[in-house]
Design a protein around this ligand. Sequence first.
Ligand SMILES: NC(=O)c1ccc[n+]([C@@H]2O[C@H](COP(=O)([O-])OP(=O)(O)OC[C@H]3O[C@@H](n4cnc5c(N)ncnc54)[C@H](O)[C@@H]3O)[C@@H](O)[C@H]2O)c1
Ligand SMILES: O=C(O)[C@H]1O[C@H](OP(=O)(O)OP(=O)(O)OC[C@H]2O[C@@H](n3ccc(=O)[nH]c3=O)[C@H](O)[C@@H]2O)[C@H](O)[C@@H](O)[C@H]1O
Length: 341
Amino acid sequence: MSVLVTGAAGFVGSHVSLALKKRGDGVVGIDNFNSYYDPSLKKARKSMLAEHGVFVVAGDINDGKLLAKLFDVVAFTHVMHLAAQAGVRYAMENPHSYVHSNIAGLVTLLEICKSANPQPAVVWASSSSVYGLNEKSPFSESDRTDQPASLYAATKKAGEEITHTYNHIYGLSITGLRFFTVYGPWGRPDMAYFSFTRNILQGKPITVYRGKNRVDLARDFTYIDDVVKGCLGSLDTSGKSTGSGGKKSGPAPYRIFNLGNTSPVTVPALVSILERHLKVKAKKNVVEMPGNGDVPFTHANISMARREFGYKPTTDLQTGLKKFVKWYLSYYGYNHGKAVN
Ligand SMILES: NC(=O)c1ccc[n+]([C@@H]2O[C@H](COP(=O)([O-])OP(=O)(O)OC[C@H]3O[C@@H](n4cnc5c(N)ncnc54)[C@H](O)[C@@H]3O)[C@@H](O)[C@H]2O)c1
Ligand SMILES: O=C(O)[C@H]1O[C@H](OP(=O)(O)OP(=O)(O)OC[C@H]2O[C@@H](n3ccc(=O)[nH]c3=O)[C@H](O)[C@@H]2O)[C@H](O)[C@@H](O)[C@H]1O
């Protein structure tokens, strides 16, 4: 297959691009290298990909002309759409960034896909956050998603509705993947596992949010290698788009899957695992979760993904964080004289 990976210099995008290339697929990436977090990490991922023969075009998915040029040069059979403004809490600081990338950018990309001939099958990243304040656990794809708790979640829910219309009207094959708190090497500095590691090593305090009535928050933390397998499985089973240059012809597949792990782990448990791997005690400030769009817990029912493409996460948080810490220490050149085996 020949895949356009958007957000290819990002955390998930770089891992997916590398995995596709290693198994022999054609891959072209695009990324706007924005400064939501340290762009040097994105540039380092780009260099790592270049060493494996994957080129990442610097550009914005809102640039329809650039996307059209890419489709003129390459007859993409698939689009792995991972470019987005991620992060739940940042939406309260910079709401327009979410509209720019997660709404306007998505529509620009879909407009190019629906007019391409052949039309590519589209697999894109939605989010566990669409389940909002659901109390029913674990979350199944058919559960309600009409109570997003953050603007980020709302843009992901909107994405699911928008992609549905491009499936219905133009026959685009669409697969939405609801990732659940993904972590691992080459990860995102804005996420808790990463920022906790940095602060613990630098002797700075970490802030541990807690829910109402002092209940610990929990996430269905999912290791990057498991998510990558889910992405490739989705691409391989995405079926064909049935539109041809914008005319509706026959039903193209519209699918949504949870890509999570097997059970949630609390934030304090994550901190304890990091302390063990780093051999440093964390300085913790425990505060009640502010009204920042966070949800108390996430927990994925992954039976649909397992049935459809054999999705089976195999990495628990203890093992996954050991791999992350090993990468972190090597990437940032930490030499603490502490063995990380
Ligand atoms: N990591 C997680 O825990 C998680 C969980 C659920 C969903 N997701 C989703 O998975 C996808 C990938 O997330 P990630 O964790 O790799 O985040 P990331 O921020 O590392 O990757 C996103 C990449 O997209 C790029 N980008 C953003 N807006 C763009 C635009 N308008 N044009 C071109 N490039 C743009 C960024 O520069 C970045 O490199 C996102 O859609 C995110 O919402 C991530
Ligand atoms: O599955 C998703 O769809 C989402 O996954 C991820 O969001 P979250 O699950 O919120 O990950 P993350 O920030 O690591 O916080 C983890 C836990 O630590 C708590 N947390 C966080 C920061 C802090 O300083 N203290 C703290 O206790 C915090 O309250 C939470 O309980 C992606 O960022 C997002 O893109 C989105 O896609």
